[in-house]
Ligand binder design. Structure first.
Ligand SMILES: *[C@@H]1O[C@H](CO)[C@@H](O)[C@H](O)[C@H]1NC(C)=O
Ligand SMILES: *[C@@H]1O[C@H](CO)[C@@H](O)[C@H](O)[C@H]1NC(C)=O
Ligand SMILES: *[C@@H]1O[C@H](CO)[C@@H](O)[C@H](O)[C@H]1NC(C)=O
Ligand SMILES: *[C@@H]1O[C@H](CO)[C@@H](O)[C@H](O)[C@H]1NC(C)=O
Ligand SMILES: *[C@@H]1O[C@H](CO)[C@@H](O)[C@H](O)[C@H]1NC(C)=O
Ligand SMILES: *[C@@H]1O[C@H](CO)[C@@H](O)[C@H](O)[C@H]1NC(C)=O
Ligand SMILES: *[C@@H]1O[C@H](CO)[C@@H](O)[C@H](O)[C@H]1NC(C)=O
Ligand SMILES: *[C@@H]1O[C@H](CO)[C@@H](O)[C@H](O)[C@H]1NC(C)=O
Ligand SMILES: *[C@@H]1O[C@H](CO)[C@@H](O)[C@H](O)[C@H]1NC(C)=O
Ligand SMILES: *[C@@H]1O[C@H](CO)[C@@H](O)[C@H](O)[C@H]1NC(C)=O
Ligand SMILES: *[C@@H]1O[C@H](CO)[C@@H](O)[C@H](O)[C@H]1NC(C)=O
Ligand SMILES: *[C@@H]1O[C@H](CO)[C@@H](O)[C@H](O)[C@H]1NC(C)=O
Ligand SMILES: [Cu+2]
Length: 559
């Protein structure tokens, strides 16, 4: 009922809905599910997998009371939410908060300002986000239409990754081995592996359509360790928004979507009921490492009102780029531009106050006595930015900063790689990094540019880098080493919260440090995060009103 009113309201101006407070009750609890011939116990929110969708309008205040009823520590992160002056609600473990321990609750409260489209939420501790995740849809304010055709219907598609075992222990076993991550058993669309997996004939998500209508698909990549090509057989897709910012509409056969990213797509149902069309996801991995290569499918099914049509029509498969098609990934990046309209201008920082150059490295550490070392040459995999492998502290950085607790972190995160080398040339011999809990301090309202430089250390991989609490403009990208600031797009570059740094290439991003607090920057491939591919910014308070981080909310978890 609520939703129906909601949709009518989006089109009808004199509506009753004003910015409002929406309250959700999230109980973190176990659930047994049967998938791929196996019964598995998973951690969920409210017994749902994927979890409940948060519906809101721009300007709303969201209050989520999270109660932990499982034996694991939990935190939730509201991925892509700008969290203006509410860093305490951001959620990454030991960055902005201590975990919500078994039997405890914490109420996250934040306001959704200056963004509209699709975001999502997920656990931000160990690997629990594999099953603890869900969508967050932000509609424009009442009376403000979409800058594209109003769809007949909309659907959320959460892309996931499934292990027929306890994901809470996967990180521990990956850590214990020192080697690569345990491969998943299947990729999922809305929790379903689809018809091409064993025992999954009925475990299929189907999207019903009527010929002639246009649909909005809100696609979220919630997989732990894999980027995906996504496409629908014999249908083109028009991208209208990414990461809760409108884009200039562009039409493609398929998209690339990295963990952490969202993409809003219009699909015109222009075919007909004599066929079923597969909605396909196909993994993208540039490095020569073991991955689960098996595609997964959902079904686009046309409404049929003639009994002469077979109830299970022939299926058309989606054609998608191959596993290591980095050229297809680069090609897709070129299409994406901010809408940059009068109502939604792209406020791209034209000058830079702070220039940062971050080299993204996969390392191999020497084996210490008593360790298992399954990485090549009897080493252990780690990862780093500017040769610093992030060590997760025992209490949160934000708490340490706010309460002036010494000894938790240092403020000397390097602005540049300490020992420059040919990042995308031959790999170095010495693949070791340095361990540390270092932050980079930003002045309030500073204009920041980061060159994210991929490297060929260990392997040349595409890394989806996510910045908490901000969208940034992707002003340039390329292959090889960053050549300097030529050909930047300072007019209408895309605005994102997660960007895939091309394999053995670079991207340049710009943002304004307009939000005091501690903001995590990390690779959204979970195994790389485990290996330490992260750092944090500490944005200082400004002098004006509304430029100071308030104190922590009541019930803020303690360690
Ligand atoms: C899941 O199954 C196990 C073993 O069959 C059972 O002990 C447990 O109570 C079940 N848990 C839930 C949440 O249903
Ligand atoms: C089935 O369960 C076993 C035992 O937990 C596990 O080792 C295996 O990976 C599971 N297989 C799938 C396909 O889920
Ligand atoms: C895995 O190792 C990382 C880095 O040493 C550490 O931060 C993390 O807590 C470990 N995870 C588990 C589950 O042991
Ligand atoms: C289905 O299960 C059989 C027997 O366990 C196995 O050999 C086969 O590889 C499985 N097929 C798929 C598609 O997973
Ligand atoms: C079949 O259904 C479609 C969509 O509901 C409708 O537009 C069309 O008129 C129907 N055709 C017949 C012959 O009933
Ligand atoms: C991609 O994989 C194919 C098949 O394994 C291989 O022949 C090709 O060299 C790879 N391409 C790149 C760019 O790594
Ligand atoms: C192992 O180390 C040697 C010497 O440093 C190096 O030449 C070789 O490439 C390494 N092998 C792998 C698989 O990393
Ligand atoms: C990356 O490093 C490997 C190992 O040193 C080397 O074989 C390969 O040629 C390098 N790639 C590039 C593009 O230089
Ligand atoms: C870096 O390595 C690449 C790939 O091997 C090579 O083409 C390039 O000339 C090297 N650049 C420098 C400055 O050495
Ligand atoms: C990274 O740090 C380690 C340990 O200090 C050092 O051995 C290595 O040479 C450094 N590598 C780079 C690329 O700076
Ligand atoms: C500060 O924030 C409050 C609450 O959001 C708002 O009412 C007020 O206008 C803001 N003041 C300034 C100077 O921006
Ligand atoms: C949960 O977190 C607390 C505080 O960091 C820690 O002391 C405890 O060992 C953790 N419990 C589990 C089950 O990981
Ligand atoms: Cu990565």
């Amino acid at each position: 009922m609520f939703l129906v009113l909601f949709f009518i309201c989006l089109q009808w101006t004199p509506c009753l809905f004003q910015p409002t407070t929406r309250t959700y009750d999230f109980k973190v609890q176990l659930k047994n599910v049967t998938k791929l011939c196996n019964s598995t116990t998973i951690v969920t929110v409210n017994g749902m997998f994927p979890g409940p969708t948060i519906y809101a309008q721009e300007g709303d205040t969201i209050i989520v009371k999270v109660t932990n009823q499982v034996a694991y520590n939990i935190t939730l992160h509201w991925h892509g939410v700008k969290q203006m002056l509410s860093c305490w609600a951001d959620g990454p473990r030991f960055i902005t908060q201590c975990p919500i321990q078994t039997g405890q609750s914490y109420t996250y409260k934040f306001i959704l300002t200056g963004q509209r489209g699709t975001l999502w939420w997920h656990a931000h501790i160990e690997w629990l986000r594999a099953t603890v995740n869900g969508a967050m849809i932000i509609y424009p304010p009442t009376g403000v239409p979409y800058p594209f055709v109003f769809p007949a219907e909309e659907h959320v598609l959460v892309l996931g990754e499934w292990w027929g075992s306890n994901v809470a222990t996967l990180e521990k076993s990956a850590n214990a081995s020192g080697g690569g991550p345990p491969l998943s058993d299947a990729y999922l669309i809305n929790g379903h592996p689809g018809p091409t997996h064993n025992c999954s004939g009925q475990d299929v998500w189907t999207m019903p359509v009527v010929k002639g209508k246009t649909y909005l698909m809100r696609v979220i990549n919630a997989a732990l360790n894999i980027e995906h090509f996504f496409g629908v057989a014999k249908h083109k897709m028009t991208v209208v928004a990414v990461d809760a910012e409108y884009t200039k509409p562009y039409t493609v056969d398929n998209i690339i979507i990295a963990p952490g990213q969202t993409c809003d797509i219009l699909l015109e149902a222009h075919r007909g009921p004599s066929r079923d069309y597969y909605i396909g996801i196909s993994p993208y991995m540039s490095a020569k490492v073991p991955v689960n290569k098996k595609k997964s499918y959902s079904v686009l099914r046309y409404h049929r009102n003639s009994s002469s049509l077979s109830s299970s029509p022939p299926v058309i498969k989606a054609k998608l780029p191959r596993l290591n098609d980095s050229a297809a990934v680069l090609n897709k990046m070129a299409f994406m531009k901010s809408l940059n309209s009068q109502l939604y201008p792209a406020n791209v920082p034209q000058k830079v106050d702070r220039n940062l150059y971050f080299a993204i490295e996969l390392n191999q550490e020497a084996c210490q006595k008593g360790q298992t070392c399954k990485a090549p040459n009897n080493t252990r995999f780690q990862a780093s930015i500017n040769n610093i492998t992030f060590q997760v502290p025992k209490i949160s950085l934000l708490q340490a900063y706010f309460n002036n607790i010494k000894g938790v972190y240092t403020t000397d995160f390097p602005d540049n790689p300490p020992n420059p080398f040919n990042y995308t040339g031959n790999s170095l011999q010495n693949l070791q990094s340095q361990f540390g809990t270092k932050v980079s301090v930003l002045k309030y309202n500073e204009s920041v540019q980061i060159i994210l430089q991929g490297t060929n250390l260990t392997s040349a991989e595409n890394h989806p880098i996510h910045l908490h609490g901000h969208n940034f403009y992707v002003v340039g990208y390329g292959t090889g080493n960053y050549p300097g600031p030529s050909n930047f797009n300072l007019v209408d570059p895309p605005s994102r919260n997660t960007i895939g740094v091309p394999a053995n290439g670079w991207v340049a991003i710009r943002f304004i440090a307009d939000n005091p607090g501690v903001w995590y920057l990390h690779c959204h491939l979970e195994i790389h995060l485990t290996w330490g591919l992260s750092m944090a910014f500490l944005t200082l308070n400004g002098n004006g009103v509304n430029q100071t981080l308030p104190p922590p909310p009541p019930g803020y978890p303690k360690c």
